[in-house]
Ligand binder design. Structure first.
Ligand SMILES: Cc1cc2nc3c(=O)[nH]c(=O)nc-3n(C[C@H](O)[C@H](O)[C@H](O)COP(=O)(O)O)c2cc1C
Length: 496
């Protein structure tokens, strides 16, 4: 059935929803654009803001790249003058880089809010113990959040996380409390575990649980908001203080207007006819060209959005294919000229999930990661001196009997099937291959319940931690020298 948006049933409004208060910031409507790598650049944030009200966050910015003032990174943290408040998400695994990155953002007035990414499920990230793997190590999690809060000064810092590694290794309640304790101004929960990735449905009951547990700062809910009605339902079911919307806005930036209205805000109502959608697509492309200062790059970026914009509209495969090859704004105009712009909003076919989904997959973690909750005692092999350097606190050693080697041996003292001694004593025949700066390869045995691995290239957590400590110690020293050397005192905004 085809229904015009004007005739669509109204989502029930939560008109008494108070504004979202994140530290000193007041967001009139408690809606946040989720950080999305490759999507939430300045162009997309501006577009979303043109339709709605809320807080619009950058894609994740690597702390080390920011501290080292990588050119691309410095561009990604820039905001347009129309963007206020400005929000940057940081990703890092080292408290010192995180603290320094936060200090740069606050000291040089790059943003009004900093979010920390503890939700990324991508193997490249979690195999280094980053993203959604990190809160498992509560000492490291605490140190990173505390360093960010300290570095950020008056700029509020929030935490975005998942429920945990998997159903047996939940972290969100404890992480929420830790964040609250060390001065975070809010926590957002994507109600899926790392193992779930984007599969199935988000478990909103976890958001309700977190809201009961964390009481002094706002709790935001995230996961599977595809419409304003979903957002209202999430607030009603969980009691959360605001919502974070990711995939639901892909190809539909005007959802922020619908969300604003659903929460009692004043935003114009749109009729999402094909003509309207084509105009929004064209505007997005134009903003991307402006952002990249390069027409070809802007048009290359818009290509991936075409499928999302035209989802549910009668725009055939051949035509969509042509949209995914555009090189210029003129080409986009020509293609739009070929569309039947009298097509009204098609209704249900536009609604529902979009963007990433996929299947649950085994968590990819540094070896031995789940053996203890403290980084300082990972696999029982980190010396006090090393732990002190990494976390600033002495190691709490896990008894070696709890450690598992990469051949699946549960005790440092025992021998495994091949008769060799345990890897973590570095006497195992399959010694780790060294690679500069990288974490150990992921291994199925990193799960507590895992079975023996056969890969020859897998290294122990101990080796990785030893190496990363010495690498980060020396590079942080280098970085801080660079930072203080090039940062003018009393710095001013350079990116608004
Ligand atoms: C393309 C894409 C990129 C993402 N990049 C980030 C990111 O940079 N930082 C982050 O914390 N989460 C990232 N996420 C996760 C989202 O912020 C959000 O938590 C997740 O999509 C669940 O919310 P949703 O159901 O509303 O999409 C990304 C998600 C997608 C689909």
């Amino acid at each position: 059935m085809t229904i015009a948006l004007e005739e669509a049933p109204l989502a029930p409004a939560v008109r008494d929803m108070p504004p979202l208060r994140i530290g000193p910031l007041t967001i009139d409507v408690p809606v946040v654009l989720a950080p999305m790598a490759g999507v939430t650049n300045m162009a997309f944030r501006r577009l979303c803001r043109e339709y709605g009200i809320g807080l619009y966050v950058t894609e994740m910015i690597t702390t080390r790249a920011l501290v080292e003032r990588n050119d691309v990174t410095m561009r990604l943290i820039q905001h347009h003058e129309s963007e206020t408040p400005r929000s940057i998400q940081l990703y890092g695994v080292d408290p010192r880089y995180t603290g320094e990155a936060a200090r740069i953002i606050a000291g040089e007035d790059h943003a009004d809010h900093i979010d920390l990414n503890f939700g990324c499920p991508v193997p490249k990230v979690t195999r280094k113990g980053g993203g959604s793997a990190l809160p498992w190590k509560r000492d490291l999690f605490r140190d990173i959040v505390a360093a960010a809060v300290d570095g950020a000064g008056d700029v509020p810092v929030t935490v975005k996380m998942r429920t945990g590694i998997d159903a047996d290794h939940s972290t969100f309640l404890e992480a929420g409390r830790i964040a609250e304790d060390v001065g975070a101004a809010g926590v957002a929960l994507h109600a899926r575990s790392l193992e779930q990735s984007y599969s199935g449905t988000a478990d909103w009951s976890a958001i309700a649980e977190l809201k009961q547990h964390v009481t002094s700062i706002p709790v935001l809910g995230n996961g599977d908001i595809w419409s304003a009605a979903d957002a209202v339902r999430m607030v009603e079911e969980t009691g959360c203080d605001g919502v974070v919307v990711g995939r639901g806005c892909l190809g539909r930036p005007w959802i922020f207007g619908e969300l604003a209205r659903a929460f009692g805000g004043d935003a114009p109502r749109v009729d999402a006819s094909l003509a309207f959608v084509a105009t929004a697509f064209r505007r997005h492309a134009e903003l991307l060209v402006e952002f990249y200062e390069d027409e070809l790059r802007g048009c290359r970026d818009i290509r991936k959005h075409a499928g999302w914009y035209f989802k549910g509209y009668p725009v055939g495969g051949e035509m969509r294919g042509r949209f995914t090859k555009v090189d210029s704004l003129a080409q986009i105009d020509d293609l739009i000229g070929e569309l039947d712009l009298t097509v009204p909003f098609p209704g249900d076919s536009v609604e529902g999930p979009r963007g990433r989904s996929g299947r649950a997959r085994r968590a990819i973690l540094p070896e031995g990661w789940l053996d203890s909750r403290e980084l300082a005692s990972t696999a029982g092999v980190i010396s006090s001196a090393v732990a002190m350097r990494l976390t600033g606190r002495p190691a709490t050693r896990t008894p070696t009997s709890n450690a598992s080697c990469r051949n699946g041996v549960r005790s440092a003292a025992s021998s495994h099937a091949t008769g060799r001694e345990c890897c973590i004593r570095r006497a195992c025949g399959v010694s780790p291959r060294r690679r500069k700066y990288s974490a150990p390869r992921a291994t199925p045995t990193s799960r507590v319940t895992g079975s023996p691995t056969r890969s020859r290239s897998r290294r122990s957590a101990a080796n990785w931690l030893r190496r990363s400590v010495s690498a980060t110690t020396s590079s942080t020293r280098r970085a801080s020298v660079t930072t203080s050397a090039i940062r003018p005192s009393g710095t001013t905004a350079n990116a608004r």
